[in-house]
Write a protein that binds this ligand. Structure first.
Ligand SMILES: C[S@@+](CC[C@H](N)C(=O)[O-])C[C@H]1O[C@@H](n2cnc3c(N)ncnc32)[C@H](O)[C@@H]1O
Length: 228
C-alpha cells in the first residue's frame, strides 16, 4: 500500500514539474518558464521602500483601483504578496467588519504590515506567512483576492493558484493587477510585466473565469476573475 502511495505521489509531482520548463532567459528572471513566460525574481524586502514611494499614488492610482473592487464592510479579502501592506491597510479600513489576510513569503514584509496595522488601530488585519506553494489560508473562506505585482513572481504558479482558488468561496472574485507588457514606455523591466492574453490564459488554467477588465490604471492591467 505504502509503495502504491509513493508511486502515485511521484507521478503527481512529475506531472506538476512537467508544466514548467527550465532554460536561460532574462537577467531578472529565474530561468524557469510557465506557459511560455519566464518567471521573475522575487522583490527582496531590502528594496521594499519602492512599494511606499510617495509618487505611487500618481503612478498607479491605487485608490481608484480599490474603488473598482467594490469592497463591502464584511468582506474577507486576501492580499497575496502583500509586501509592506500598502493595499492591505487601505482594504482593512474599507472592511471594518470583515478581515484582510495579508500573505507574504518574507517575514520582514509581514513585520512591517503588523506594525503599521497596529499603529493604524486596525484589528482586522491578519498576517500570514505563506510558502512558495501554499497560502496557508483556510478553505472556502475568501470573498475577494487581490494580487498586485506579484503573480509574475510566483515561482510555483500552478501550486500557488491551486492554493488561492481553494481558499476562495464559490463566486468569489480575484483581482489581478500586473504592469502592462503591451506598453513599452512603462518604466518596468519586461520580465516584471505581463500581456493581458497571457494573464487570462494562466487564470483559466487555474480554473478561474475572466469576468471583466478595466482600463483606468495608468501602468497596470486590472483584470477581474470569478471562481465558478
Ligand atoms: C513587488 S512586491 C508587491 C507587494 C504588494 N503587492 C504591493 O503592490 O505593494 C511582491 C511581493 O510578493 C511576495 N511574494 C512573492 N512570491 C510569493 C508567494 N508565492 N506567496 C506570497 N507572496 C509572494 C514577495 O515577497 C513581495 O513581498
Amino acid at each position: 500500500m505504502r509503495f502504491l502511495v509513493c508511486v502515485l505521489w511521484s507521478f503527481a509531482l512529475t506531472g506538476l514539474q512537467a508544466q514548467y520548463e527550465l532554460r536561460p532567459g532574462d537577467a531578472g528572471g529565474i530561468g524557469k518558464w510557465y506557459m511560455g513566460r519566464e518567471i521573475a525574481h522575487t522583490m527582496c524586502a531590502a528594496h521594499a521602500e519602492w512599494l511606499d514611494r510617495p509618487e505611487r499614488e500618481r503612478e498607479e492610482r491605487p485608490l481608484r483601483m480599490l474603488e473598482r473592487m467594490q469592497i463591502a464592510p464584511t468582506d474577507r479579502i486576501a492580499d497575496i504578496g502583500c509586501g509592506t501592506g500598502y493595499h492591505s491597510l487601505l482594504m482593512a479600513a474599507r472592511a471594518p467588519q470583515g478581515m484582510v489576510y495579508a500573505v507574504d513569503i518574507q517575514s520582514a514584509m509581514l513585520d512591517s504590515v503588523f506594525v503599521r496595522s497596529q499603529r493604524a488601530g486596525l484589528s482586522n488585519v491578519d498576517v500570514v506567512l505563506g510558502s512558495t506553494t501554499d497560502t496557508r489560508l483556510p478553505e472556502g473562506r475568501l470573498d475577494k483576492v487581490l494580487l498586485v505585482d506579484v503573480y509574475h513572481e510566483f515561482d510555483h504558479p500552478v501550486e500557488m493558484m491551486a492554493s488561492i482558488v481553494r481558499a476562495m468561496r464559490p463566486g468569489a472574485l480575484l483581482f489581478l493587477v500586473e504592469f502592462r507588457r503591451e506598453d513599452p514606455w512603462i518604466p518596468i523591466k519586461d520580465v516584471h510585466r505581463m500581456h493581458k492574453d497571457q494573464c487570462v490564459r494562466e487564470m483559466a488554467a487555474a480554473g478561474l473565469v475572466w469576468e471583466r477588465s478595466w482600463n483606468g490604471l495608468p501602468w497596470q492591467h486590472f483584470l477581474v476573475f470569478r471562481k465558478p
